[in-house]
Design a protein. Structure first.
Length: 380
């Protein structure tokens, strides 16, 4: 049994940033991540000519600057100042989302798409060179790797008079127990309530609030098509489109600064329906839609990527499949009474009062959680 002041459950942005803050304060910790990789909902597809093709279904890990976000893509420095400051401190390069030109609109199945005046976000949406994973990768590179354990699924938290026993299972079924003074839950609230056992149980009202908090991205799926160049710009199009037909309801230009053209779209097909259709068929429908919107050049992408977050058991619970995909109101992040008081804190993005579900929310929630640790831990 390993004794440690703080255990962080989850290796997405909130978990990694909490670890970063703890290291700055000289506080020992262990971060436990169920996946073999870090990043959580921040995931990118990395394209290279040697690895990607029109039948790609997995996230390509080839080294390349041509990275396409399959999770969150944008941030807004003008009002997400804490996230923007972090990005600057890590020397990450940013650029403005391309929105020059007209957009396309599909209004009915028996009508051709309509070209209309585009719009620009205000304040402008920003992206990171290398995709949003540049943020999590750079944070990880600055951490003590010996404090971070992947392929570790936390199954149970037991509160004793002195510690929290954190039971974590690896891929072979071996269980390791850590004794922590405090646990930071860097996971969506619904996932915590549904996947982790608590002994004694959490307060019933708190457990219910966590269970009812929708997880951002969990009902969604994204499709990315990569081309030799952003050919739609030659026709004065921004790459943006809206559709009442689908399968993609909202489409944007996700090209790189280096010149790789790319379009991505959010699905408007319910999660249950998506799961009844093969990825190959879904991609065929997506390509057909892009041809309707942007012409024949859209029919032959040099790579395609598809990520259905609703089928990711480390993100989505069954209740998420029928969610409306909206950002939830942040629930309480910790018990106010009982044995779990002052030793258990939620720090996933959904717990951010300012930006619940957003990338900026992960940074905000982690900051608040670390600042709220008991003084005896902060003084160590």
């Amino acid at each position: 049994m390993q004794d440690i002041p703080v255990v962080i459950v989850g290796g997405g942005l909130s978990g990694l940033y909490a670890a970063f803050l703890l290291e700055q304060k000289g506080i020992a910790y262990r971060l436990l991540e169920a996946r073999v990789t870090l990043g959580g909902r921040i995931a990118v597809a990395k394209y290279s000519d040697a690895h990607a093709n029109n039948n790609s279904t997995d996230i390509d890990q080839a080294e390349s600057s041509a990275a396409f976000d399959l999770g969150p893509s944008w941030f807004w420095p003008d009002y997400q100042t804490q996230l923007s400051t972090l990005i600057e401190s890590l020397n990450l390069s940013r650029f403005t989302q391309f929105e020059e030109g007209d957009m396309m609109d599909e209004r009915a199945a028996n009508q051709p798409p309509v070209r209309m005046q585009g719009y620009k976000s205000a304040p402008p949406s920003m992206r990171l060179v290398g995709g949003m994973a540049a943020l999590t990768d750079t944070l990880y590179a600055r951490l003590d790797a010996s404090c971070i354990m992947t392929s570790q699924t936390v199954r149970q938290l037991n509160k004793t008079s002195q510690h929290i026993e954190v039971q974590s299972e690896d891929t072979s079924g071996h269980v390791t127990t850590f004794r922590a003074q405090n646990v930071l839950l860097a996971l969506p609230p619904r996932l915590v309530e549904g996947r982790i056992g608590f002994q004694p149980t959490l307060p019933q009202d708190l457990s219910g609030q966590w269970r009812e908090t929708a997880t951002w991205m969990a009902p969604h799926a994204k499709y990315v098509a990569v081309y030799e160049s952003p050919f739609w710009r030659d026709a004065g199009l921004s790459g943006a489109a809206r559709s009442a037909i689908g399968p993609l309801t909202e489409i944007h230009d996700t090209s790189t600064l280096e010149g790789d053209g790319a379009l991505f779209g959010f699905f408007d097909v319910p999660a249950q329906v998506r799961q009844s259709v093969s990825d190959t068929v879904l991609k065929e429908h997506c390509r057909a839609q892009l041809v309707r919107l942007f012409g024949d050049q859209a029919s032959t992408p040099k790579a395609e990527y598809f990520k259905d977050w609703a089928q990711d058991p480390l993100i989505a619970m069954p209740a998420d499949a029928s969610g409306n995909g909206q950002h939830a109101v942040a629930p309480p992040s910790k018990p106010k009474t009982g044995v779990w008081q002052d030793c258990l804190t939620g720090c996933g993005s959904e717990w951010s009062a300012q930006f619940p579900g957003y990338v900026a929310g992960a940074v905000d929630a982690a900051t608040v959680a670390v600042q709220s640790l008991p003084t005896d831990i902060l003084r160590q």
